[in-house]
Design a protein around this ligand. Structure first.
Ligand SMILES: Cc1ncc(C[n+]2csc(CCOP(=O)(O)OP(=O)(O)O)c2C)c(N)n1
Ligand SMILES: CC(=O)[C@@H](O)[C@H](O)COP(=O)(O)O
Ligand SMILES: [Mg+2]
Length: 618
């Protein structure tokens, strides 16, 4: 595609040769380029469209790579990638072997810090700033954080320390009033107030509240003047919250006005103490459908629409079943950490809005909040992606399992998620959760079993019940079947055979089914077991299998350490009679790509399971 300026701009140095008017044309070209590219590759389109002008202004005023920008999450940094030497690679975005959808230190010298999980930028940037000072390195440190990411507690830990340490750091708050869905929480309301209420409205409202209920005498006696002065300060200094934390607030600034952004950054760039610049942007800016529906366009699939799925997604099955349970039991409440759409809770929210809680990007709070709900008589269902559940391991231990509270956890995106890559693969949950006492950990083989496990979880009232499932089709799902109650710790024998017992878990049951179909008539019948519970194990059946088979082959979509296979090996090894072979994901971070490509790279495709079976039985 021929562009007047974009073709000649590949680095920040190229950018600095343009004048501000040319930058405005460049912004349109970059926006057009991102739209055309991401429609093919897929990715986080609306977030990136919202910060095109902000990115240009930052790279125009600041001196990268000496000055360093740390992006929160990094899903919004496509313009940043274009302007830091990756314009000609953007078409490989999130593809296997291509550039990452987030910042990545190994990808570019300009990617000084990677992310993917939200709310880390302020803490990391403070680290950079202190390192500059102690090592006497030149350069300014900036963090770019969205209003959604500012609902994450880690951001406040960073702000608290920053305000106290008073180090040089410029925090750019990119406020588009959106997380994935509309942003939630008191901070969001506070930011919105700064942006929308004209000052005089606020003065009027505050004074009215202060004096309306009190006679003037009482008003004066009750320190009314002090309150009045405080409230006036609050009104007239919009960013008072940040100022009080020791981070000087500037703004709000129009995040699409390059001239205003450049002037603001030029004026503030050499302030040596912590500052925060509040920038107002529109998520999806420049693409009408994305501006109108930034939630849908937060992340889009690229390329041609694939074949019609053979079964609904596990996400759909979860959402359907959560509603089904809530219809029958008014104690059931659902909690999400800013992932209402991704976890499949839209229907639940619509039908049971007063029993639905979006707590913002606050997974630790979500779990401890659920503990409180459960301790006081409700039955919470917490829906969190497996990778984001890592943020809540201590609340799971300390608040839920130790106190034996009946919280149901539904961990979507367990296993390899695909294009989001290593920050998002949910490949450790079997390990980090089954190590805890007082937990049940299950993985369904299909949609029917997910629904049965969720129904079964309700019968458990003295410990948390964790169910994990992949970002994939649910193999089979009959919503009208009568749900079955599955006893915790009971595995399912799918085929009786001899010599080798194939013990698969969750997503790997279907892969193993496909492998056995490939080998029909080729190898002697093997015993095939659905090990749907990792905790508790079906130790009675396992003992039987170990005594009656020479080989146990385990297959799971989880890291090796602490997974199903390692636990089975430990249980069988003391007998020494049975050979245990484990097929797991590698002990490594797995790159981004298509889920099917990655399963193959990890050695967990149906063909590779079949090959392993043939090798073991020859
Ligand atoms: C710990 C964590 N939880 C959830 C997510 C999923 N997530 C990615 S971006 C996003 C919304 C971020 O909102 P904001 O910071 O305002 O950025 P915007 O998309 O509006 O530019 C969420 C919830 C995540 N990346 N990390
Ligand atoms: C950037 C981020 O963390 C989310 O947008 C995530 O990419 C959503 O993942 P899914 O597309 O699997 O819902
Ligand atoms: Mg936002």
């Amino acid at each position: 595609m021929e562009y007047q300026y974009l073709n000649g701009v590949n680095t920040p140095a190229d950018l600095k040769k343009l004048n501000v008017n040319e930058l405005k044309i460049l912004a349109d070209e970059i926006r057009d380029f991102i739209i055309e590219t991401v429609k093919k590759t897929g990715g986080h389109l609306a977030p990136s469209l919202g910060v095109v002008e902000l990115t240009i202004a930052l790279l125009y005023v600041f001196d990268l790579p000496e000055d360093k920008i740390i992006w929160d999450v990094g899903h919004q940094a496509y313009a940043y990638k274009v302007l830091t030497g990756r314009r000609d690679k953007l078409h490989t975005l999130r593809q296997y072997g291509g550039i990452s959808g987030f910042l990545k230190r190994s990808e570019s010298e300009y990617d000084v810090y990677g992310a993917g999980h939200a709310s880390t930028s302020i803490s990391a940037a403070l680290g950079f700033s202190v390192a500059n000072e102690l090592l006497e390195q030149p350069g300014r440190i900036l963090a770019v954080i969205g209003d959604g990411s500012l609902t994450g507690g880690l951001a406040y830990e960073g702000l608290n320390n920053l305000g106290n340490m008073k180090k040089q750091m410029i925090t750019i708050l990119n406020d588009n009033a959106m997380s994935i869905s509309p942003n939630v929480g008191a901070m969001s309301k506070y930011l919105n107030k700064i942006v929308t209420d004209p000052i005089y409205n606020r003065i009027r409202d505050k004074i009215w509240n202060l004096t309306s209920k009190l006679s003037m005498g009482k008003f004066m006696l009750r320190g009314g003047l002090k309150k009045l002065e405080e409230s006036l300060k609050n009104l007239l200094v919009p960013g008072i919250l940040f100022d009080e934390l020791g981070v000087r607030y500037f703004g709000p600034v129009d995040g699409h006005d390059i001239q205003a952004l450049v002037a603001t950054f030029r004026r503030l760039k050499d302030i040596k103490t912590p500052i925060l610049v509040h920038v107002i942007t529109k998520k999806g800016k420049g693409l009408t459908e994305a501006e109108d529906d930034p939630t849908t366009f937060h992340g889009i699939q690229g390329g041609k629409v694939g074949p019609k799925p053979k079964a609904p997604s596990y996400t759909h099955v979860f959402g359907h079943t959560a509603v089904e349970l809530a219809e029958k039991n008014e104690k059931i409440v659902a909690i999400t950490a800013a992932m209402r759409e991704g976890t499949g809770l839209i229907e639940f929210d619509k039908k049971f809005h007063d029993r639905f809680f979006d707590v913002g990007i606050a997974e630790g709070h979500a779990v401890t909040f659920a503990a409180g709900l459960a301790a006081n008589g409700l039955r919470p269902i917490v829906a969190i992606y497996s990778t984001f559940m890592q943020r809540a391991l201590d609340p799971l231990m300390h608040d839920v399992s130790l106190q034996k509270l009946p919280v149901i956890f539904c961990l979507d995106r367990a296993g390899l998620v695909g294009a989001d890559g290593p920050t998002h693969h949910g490949v450790f949950d079997l390990s980090y959760i089954s190590m805890l006492p007082n937990v049940i950990v299950a993985a369904p083989k299909d949609g029917n079993e997910l629904r049965n496990l969720m129904h079964s979880a309700l019968t458990v009232t003295d410990k948390p019940y964790v169910i994990r499932y992949p970002r994939d089709e649910a193999v089979r799902f009959e919503p009208n079947r009568e749900p079955e109650t599955i006893e915790p710790g009971t595995w399912e024998i799918l085929q009786k055979g001899k010599k080798l017992a194939l013990i698969a878990n969750g997503s790997m049951v279907y892969e193993s089914e496909l492998a056995l179909r490939m080998l029909a008539g080729v190898i002697p019948d093997v015993t095939f077991v659905n090990a749907r519970f990792i905790k508790p194990m079906d130790t009675a059946l396992l003992k039987q299998l170990a005594e009656s088979h020479k080989i146990l082959l385990t297959v799971e979509e989880n890291a090796p350490a602490g997974g199903l296979g390692q636990q089975i090996r430990a249980l069988c090894n003391h007998s020494g009679k049975t050979r245990v072979v484990n097929m797991t994901l590698p002990d490594a971070f797995i790159p981004h790509g298509k889920r099917t490509e990655l399963l193959k790279e990890a050695g967990l495709s149906a063909t590779q399971i079949a090959d392993t079976l043939k090798d073991l039985l020859k």
